[in-house]
Design a protein around this ligand. Structure first.
Ligand code: GLV
Ligand code: MN
Ligand code: MN
Length: 421
């Protein structure tokens, strides 16, 4: 049975690799050939088309909303009960792995196929969902499709976001044939479950095959542009420089040292990263005239996340005088730390117990569409270990046996929740 899911994950893992190639084993991973599938690219279209074909093969009826979110439904025996939804995303970071997001989508399709094989009758409808633009690798905001679905951002506002080439999301979705017209709200949905790689080291280190998520960390992004003066590196005297990179480096140090200080407190979960950093014009003999930075702050405690975020903004605003530069700061939407549904946590725990699969309760340091969904429906997440805890990297890998165990837990949880009510 894992063979069928393995084919889907390996085949879909080709899309966004350059050159296109399949990876079935850890020792075939190449640190230079990750998966790059930002929203609206040809690779995004290819993986969506592949998933929709599998959904239709599994007998699901597919619809697409204005944000390009994909929904695929297996009808329930009862018509008056809320849907159980499960899924994740198919877009990727730049040079990511083939399981981040894709596991939750193809794992959900596989769970449906197992129900089909058994002739299982679900009382509640079950829907597989693929959210648009979870990673924020194209349109500057993470959890894009689910943010619009839960009303955190307006549909028109989301559609007008532009990628680095200046193309709006609406046009990008139209180009890949995923600008749908289905009007969606979550009033008819009672449960959401997302299966995902842990993207951290805990399960792998402890040798536990399944994680059950209790809280998802908040995410706050700060974008900063530092403007100095590009000038000749040989002729400009040191006191007369307006070096944007020297100023920016002070911010890099500040983010790292302040987050480390916060994280050193017992039980703290603060992390801070300057993950995006572009220097212009980027020539050895030119004083850097401009730096663009993307800063990522996370915490499961809202107060601590907000504290570090505000201190970073203050630090950025305080450097112009010292370095004779100018700064521009913008803050795309923040996602709050999110506790997940106790009822769904208990249901996943029961499912793992029924199957005799060891599982542990944990928090998620990564962001997920589940944290948006949790605002509207009873939401839970199932984690699977990643080799060495590596993710957002071409070296991300999960063992097939662990994937099989997690899909069994997902299938059983869907069964349990679909019979309720
Ligand atoms: C999404 O994967 C994130 O945690 O940034
Ligand atoms: Mn990711
Ligand atoms: Mn993900």
């Amino acid at each position: 049975m894992i063979e069928r899911l393995k084919i889907d994950l390996v085949e879909s893992g080709r899309f966004g690799r350059n050159p296109l190639c399949t990876v079935e084993r850890y020792d075939q991973l190449d640190p230079k050939k990750g998966v790059t599938r930002p929203t609206g690219t040809a690779a995004d279209k290819a993986v969506r088309d592949y998933a929709v074909a599998r959904m239709k093969e599994a007998g699901l009826s597919v619809r697409i909303d204005r944000l390009g979110n994909i929904f695929a439904r297996r009808a329930g025996v009862k018509t008056n009960t809320g849907t159980v939804m499960c899924g994740s995303h198919l877009d990727s970071v730049i040079d990511g792995g083939q399981f981040d997001g894709a596991l939750g989508v193809f794992g959900a399709i596989e769970a449906i196929r197992r129900l089909n094989d058994e002739g299982y009758q679900n009382a509640r409808p079950i829907e597989v969902v693929v959210f648009t633009g979870e990673e924020g690798s194209a349109f500057g905001m993470t959890l894009l499709g689910s943010s619009a679905l839960v009303g955190k951002i307006g549909v028109d506002e989301a559609l007008s976001l532009e990628n680095e080439q200046g193309k709006a999301l609406e046009e990008s979705l139209k180009e890949i044939d995923y600008l749908g017209d289905s009007i969606e709200d979550l009033r008819g949905v009672d449960y959401f479950i997302e299966l995902h790689v842990e993207q951290g080291p805990i399960l792998y280190d402890e040798g536990i095959p399944v994680g059950i998520v209790e809280n998802i960390s908040g995410i706050s992004w700060i974008n900063a542009i530092i403007r100095g003066q590009a000038n000749h590196a040989g002729t400009t005297p040191m006191p007369m420089r307006r070096d944007a990179l020297v100023a920016a480096s002070e911010i890099v140090r500040f983010v790292n040292s302040r987050a480390s200080e916060m994280a050193a407190r017992p039980g703290a979960s603060t992390v801070g990263t300057v993950g995006k950093f572009n220097v212009f014009p980027n020539g050895t003999n030119i004083i850097p005239g401009r730096v663009e930075m993307g800063i990522d702050i996370r915490d499961v405690v809202q107060h601590d996340m907000d504290l570090v975020r505000n201190e970073v903004i203050k630090a950025i605003r305080s450097i112009p005088q010292k370095y004779n530069i100018e700064v521009e700061v913008s803050t795309p939407i923040s996602h709050s730390p999110t506790p997940l549904s106790r009822k769904v946590v208990a249901s996943i725990k029961d499912a793992a117990g029924e199957l005799g699969i060891p599982a542990r309760i944990m928090n998620s340091g990564a962001g997920h569409d589940a944290q948006n969904m949790a605002a509207k429906v009873n939401t839970g997440m199932i984690f699977v270990p990643g080799v060495n805890g590596v993710s957002h990297s071409p070296m991300e890998w999960t063992e097939w046996d662990d994937i099989e165990r997690s899909v069994r837990v997902l299938t059983q949880t869907l069964k349990n929740l679909s019979q309720q009510g």
